[in-house]
Design a protein around this ligand. Structure first.
Ligand SMILES: Nc1ncnc2c1ncn2[C@@H]1O[C@H](COP(=O)(O)OP(=O)(O)OP(=O)(O)O)[C@@H](O)[C@H]1O
Ligand SMILES: [Mg+2]
Length: 495
């Protein structure tokens, strides 16, 4: 027997209707109503309007026709029609929820698992947008765990060093208690996760390896992308690099600095300053990190950028994206998922700060799918992320958003947004997300499952630092080389 929820009364339209509530009912609850013409219709309680009278408003979701398409009824319900609570099977069939695949959580308030197709994520991109502290990184962690379980390579751009905890199993007692409900067990992914630092091991002792970019034969274009140069400065750079090229096949940034310093124009100092700053970061190397190492089956490479200044972070993202996009095109690396945390810093919307990584990220968003390069973009400021990137994401996970500009940006960029959904996302509780995906008939609320591995927000015991001693010594040598470089620079400037 179906459980009675109420009877149709008051305003009745084709998309919404009011009904008088019988017994207990909560917002977002799924209901079903019989319609002579189309059979059972699925609906969802949007609001309980009047607490004393117990009147509720429900939206009509629709019914599946014989071809499997979600259809809307063509006639309105008559007053007095009974409203029932919807049963699991009816909800699953009508919403088109699949079993198997990427397990995200439970349909809010129901014991129904929500899965996304793996292909949906990798080939069609995904975004996680929400205000700060609402659970974006936590949710991203859930997706990463699921992809790791399926051996999909991941490359994670991690500005705050939040993702290294994927290595350890979730120790939170509170969350462990909830694991049974979600049907999962604790698990750490230490054997698959490798942390790279663009700094060094003293700044980032938790890192496993150094991340370096190719400092050999930097072209004028590459440098121009990094520094805002005037025409006069650009001229000097061109001339200097051309001269070096005529003298030798391979050259370092050191040699560019030397050549630029020889120029008679005072415009050279700004170039020297920028080049010096880049060199001092230690990121340039003649043995750069290879993309074949970063993107490997059964591996999640985390570029932990803690300690790197914002411009350098953008440069790193730019270089990585350019190389992996080319690498994917040529089949040098397997299909994979690129995770970009704090995406507003790397592909900002027009009118906000510029980033050297913007264009390549836009290209990956629009063309990556053709080459099996999936994007997962995460941001707490939806209004500040390039809308060309957001609009290319076919799966949208939206947690709580309250900033009016951000809500407006979401409404402009996403087809499924409506004024009701806008209201909804202002009130989403922590841990719950609005999910819209091409494989689900309509946006649904998902209670995100608890993490199997540790979430980065919490303190975690680090690995012992001993094993990195050897490399540290090398690092110190780098530093003294830098010092030497700086000394000779000063000497050059003075002399
Ligand atoms: N699904 C969930 N289940 C349990 N706890 C959660 C869930 N989602 C988030 N949390 C908790 O909420 C807190 C904030 O989550 P998280 O760090 O993911 O926020 P965020 O949106 O990434 O914030 P920021 O913008 O600061 O990066 C975390 O400490 C986490 O434990
Ligand atoms: Mg976060």
């Amino acid at each position: 027997m179906y459980k009675l929820a109420g009877t149709v009364s008051g305003d009745v339209g084709l998309h919404e209707f009011d009904f008088t509530v019988t017994g207990d009912l909560r917002r977002n609850e799924y209901i079903k109503i019989w319609n002579e013409l189309d059979g059972w219709i699925l609906g969802r309680v949007m609001s309980i309007v009047d607490v004393t009278e117990k009147t509720a408003t429900a939206e009509i979701i629709g019914y599946k026709d014989e071809r499997g398409f979600l259809m809307q009824p063509q006639s309105t319900f008559t007053h007095g029609t009974k409203v029932f609570k919807a049963d699991q099977t009816f909800i699953i069939e009508t919403l088109g929820l699949k079993s198997g695949g990427i397990y995200l959580g439970m349909l809010e308030g129901r014991n129904i698992q929500v899965h996304l197709k793996k292909e949906e994520l990798i080939q069609k991109h995904c975004s996680i947008l929400a205000k700060t502290g609402s659970g974006k990184s936590y949710t991203a962690g859930v997706l990463i765990e699921e992809l790791l379980e399926r051996n999909i390579p991941l490359l994670i751009i991690d500005p705050h060093g939040e993702y290294l905890t994927l290595k350890y199993e979730n120790k939170s007692e509170e969350e462990r208690r909830q694991m049974e409900k979600y049907g999962i067990t604790p698990k750490g992914y230490a054997s698959k996760v490798v942390i790279y630092t663009p700094s060094n091991f003293s700044i980032n002792p938790a890192a496993d390896k150094l991340f370096r970019i190719d400092g050999i034969n930097l072209s004028v274009n590459e440098l121009y992308d990094l520094f805002p140069l005037t025409d006069a400065q650009l001229g000097i750079l061109y001339q200097s690099i051309n001269e070096i090229k005529s003298e030798k096949e391979f050259y370092t940034v050191e040699e560019i600095i030397k050549k630029v310093s020889e120029s008679r124009s005072s415009a050279k100092w700004r170039i020297v300053h920028f080049l010096e700053r880049t060199r001092e970061t230690g990121i340039l190397s003649d043995s750069p990190t290879r993309i074949e190492e970063l993107v490997e089956v059964n591996k999640a490479s985390i570029i932990d950028m803690k300690g790197a200044d914002p411009k350098l972070q953008q440069l790193i993202v730019y270089r990585i994206c350019k190389e992996v996009f080319e690498g994917r095109k040529m089949g040098k690396i397997p299909p994979f998922m690129l995770v970009i945390e704090e995406a507003h810093n790397f592909c900002p919307e027009k009118g906000f700060e510029k980033a050297v990584s913007s264009n390549i990220l836009r290209t990956i968003a629009s063309e990556g799918r053709k080459f099996g390069l999936g994007l997962l973009v995460i941001s707490q400021r939806p209004a500040r992320v390039d809308k060309n990137v957001i609009s290319q994401c076919n799966t949208q996970i939206i947690l709580r958003v309250t900033n009016p500009n951000d809500i407006r940006a979401l409404s402009r960029g996403l087809e499924f947004m409506s004024s009701e959904i806008e209201e909804e996302i202002k009130r989403i509780p922590q841990g719950v997300a609005l999910l819209s995906s091409t494989s689900i008939e309509m946006p649904i609320m998902v209670d995100i499952r608890v993490r199997r591995s540790e979430h980065g927000g919490r303190a975690v015991e680090m690995e012992p630092v001993e094993k990195k001693k050897e490399v540290r010594i090398k690092d110190m040598r780098n530093t003294s080389e830098e010092k030497e470089g700086k000394r000779s620079m000063i000497a050059r400037l003075l002399g």
